[in-house]
Design a protein around this ligand. Structure first.
Ligand SMILES: C[S@@+](CC[C@H](N)C(=O)[O-])C[C@H]1O[C@@H](n2cnc3c(N)ncnc32)[C@H](O)[C@@H]1O
Length: 278
């Protein structure tokens, strides 16, 4: 990439402003360094000067969709941070078991590894049949991959390792077939999943959930945006509903910390408190 293709901070601010004006997608609360790095990469790949890129983004909605896919970070893994799943099994499953119907929201589900991991855990706990797993993301490309539920076999070694560490009771291969070098999950897992596009920054709450997983999403937001999104998650939780965050994320230091209690801090699992003075 030539030095001419590196966007200045003023250009980044202008780009974010024009995107918000045109599409109502506000990236001003995202980590500016991560946004700039990715926007610069797009400039390098498309070889478009700033003005051409900004104009095309405004005019071409399809191009904007691809731009979003490139701006966000979609890294994920099966049973990522295994202690999280151990905590879900030990601390949350016994409570969920008492409910007639379980609603779970994977907010920022990326390519779906997390939602398939939860479905496996629910199946091994005998709760999958009465669970619905909603999985949403801002990236259409990630969401399509999640919906298809086919993964490169190169993900298998980490899947097997994490599954074991998470206390998996069977074998990962009990849940998929290998086809054309891909891991293809069985339909009984998929049948309990609902995938849809949802922007945590711009869209409203769409249901009430017993458990929300929003892991490794807040790290890309500044504290003001974390507060805003946390408010949305709080309003989407049932009374005493659970919230699971990523290993480097917390509800502490937000203006809403008093609405949550720690269930398992190491695993970053919190529970919505019910107060008469909300
Ligand atoms: C690093 S991935 C985390 C995936 C998964 N939760 C995990 O922990 O493995 C972050 C995801 O958040 C999504 N994301 C970022 N901003 C978002 C927004 N405003 N609304 C919904 N999803 C968003 C990205 O598209 C990406 O798929």
């Amino acid at each position: 990439m030539t030095t001419e293709s590196i966007l200045t901070s003023d250009q980044i601010i202008e780009l974010i402003y024009r995107i918000n004006q045109r599409y109502g997608y506000d990236f001003s609360g995202y980590s500016q360094s991560s946004f700039a790095r990715r926007a610069n990469r797009i400039i390098g790949l498309t070889r478009m000067p700033f003005k051409a890129l900004a104009d095309k983004l405004e005019k071409d909605e399809k191009f904007f969709t691809h731009f979003i896919d490139e701006i966000v970070v979609n890294v994920s893994a099966f049973f990522r941070d295994p202690i999280f799943y151990i905590a879900i099994k030990q601390d949350i499953i016994p409570i969920l078991r008492t409910y007639p119907m379980i609603r779970i929201w994977h907010a920022g589900c990326s390519t779906g590894e997390e939602v398939y991991s939860t479905a496996i855990l629910l199946k091994e706990s005998g709760l999958l049949h009465k669970s619905l797993l909603y999985a949403t993301d801002i990236s259409q490309r990630a969401l399509s991959a999640a919906k298809i539920g086919e993964y490169a076999v190169t993900e298998l070694p980490e899947f097997e390792k994490n599954y074991l560490e998470a206390g998996g009771e069977k074998k990962p291969s009990d849940y998929f077939n290998l086809h054309n070098g891909k891991i293809c999950f069985h339909d009984d897992l998929k049948h309990r999943m609902v995938f849809s596009h949802h922007n945590l920054v711009a869209d409203q709450s769409f249901n009430e959930f017993n458990l929300i997983l929003c892991r490794n999403v807040f790290i890309y937001f500044n504290s003001e945006l974390q507060n805003r999104v946390l408010k949305l998650l709080l309003s989407s939780l049932t009374p005493f509903g659970y919230l699971g965050l990523g290993s480097k994320e917390t509800v502490e230091y937000t203006g809403l910390a008093h609405h949550f209690e720690n269930v398992n801090y190491k695993a970053r699992i919190f529970r919505k408190k019910i107060s008469l003075l909300q």
